[in-house]
Design a binder for this molecule. Structure first.
Ligand code: BG6
Length: 299
């Protein structure tokens, strides 16, 4: 990827610049009066969002791979067109193709209120069709401003319908997982991925004392991540009726090669998804938009 060409075509002086990131992978670096941000072309992966005067909102693994054939660990992986293991072929990559594909930059813009927009695009190619037969176009729009907006538009550019699952798999940085409370899921049902996908009911807000891996299957509500001693983070969404919450806790952290053993203490994933019963069928020529908006709560 030619960084000079990217900067000539899409750089916005003083706001958006393309640089070589970790592993030499190209990334957009955003700096404006609201925030700092980072987005790699590999996976259209947002790896940083820090409102000015605040701590970084996203967690990044210090042991992440930055290799063309591996997902980045932390930030916002984009899982598509399947979530988790492939339903029939265990050889295919976990969480789909999008997060290990190299995307193109489609556009950049400086919007109102000093918000910087980066849009990346992925279409089917020989490699994607070998794993998933359908023609498609994905547009990933990230707006870095007072809040972080992440919006994936999925288009069926073929002539057969397809089903696709999506996760905007955001890793939030927390100071201490045992001091975190997640509100907005009480009364919702979830499938417990740690208990043979048993369907369970969430009573009250969610706290963490062990591994958590849940797909809330009827959740359209906003979620608030509260922490003692730190501002809360508000997560809202559209185009999604399912929410995944994940913390690997001790043993799984130790098993993951790109994850620090104690990493579970300072992160939690709250994912805006189309998973399980919320997988979407797209007819030819139709699009689906799934959006997550992340904002620090004042005070
Ligand atoms: C979560 C899943 O969304 O992603 C977990 O619910 C999984 O089961 C986690 O462990 C991380 O997946 P990966 O493929 O990035 O290690």
């Amino acid at each position: 990827m030619n960084l000079d060409a990217l900067n000539d075509d899409f750089g916005i002086p003083g706001k958006i610049q393309f640089e070589a990131g970790h592993g030499g992978l190209p990334m957009a670096k955003v700096s404006n009066d609201n925030c700092l941000g980072e987005m790699y072309l590999h996976g259209a992966h947002v790896t940083g969002y820090q409102p000015l005067g605040s701590d970084p909102l996203l967690w990044m693994s210090g042991e992440s791979f930055f290799f063309p054939d591996k997902p980045i660990r932390g930030g916002v992986p984009l899982c598509w067109p399947w979530f988790g293991a492939h339903p029939t072929d265990p050889e295919l990559p976990q969480h789909g193709l999008a997060r290990i594909a190299d995307w193109d930059v489609a556009s950049t813009n400086q919007l109102a209120d000093d918000t910087s927009e980066v849009v990346m695009r992925l279409t089917d190619n020989a490699e994607t069709r070998a794993a998933w037969a359908h023609p498609f176009e994905l547009m990933m729009r990230a707006c870095f401003g007072e809040e972080l907006t992440l919006e994936l538009t999925i288009s069926n550019s073929g002539d057969e319908p397809f089903d696709s699952a999506t996760a905007i798999h955001t890793y939030f940085a927390v100071e201490n997982i045992e001091a975190v409370t997640i509100r907005g899921l009480a009364g919702r049902q979830f499938t417990d991925q740690l208990d043979n996908n048993a369907l369970k009911l969430q009573s009250g807000s969610l706290r963490f004392r062990a591994e958590v891996d849940r797909v809330y299957v009827d959740s359209e509500d906003d979620v608030v991540i509260e922490q003692e001693g730190r501002p809360a983070v508000h997560v809202s969404k559209t185009g999604s009726r399912s929410t995944v919450v994940w913390n690997p806790w001790i043993a799984k952290s130790q098993r993951m090669p790109d994850f620090p053993d104690d990493g579970y203490q300072t992160m939690v994933c709250v994912e805006t998804t189309n998973a399980e019963s919320d997988v979407r069928t797209l007819q030819p020529g139709r699009t689906h938009v799934i959006r997550q908006v992340v904002a620090p709560v004042d005070g």
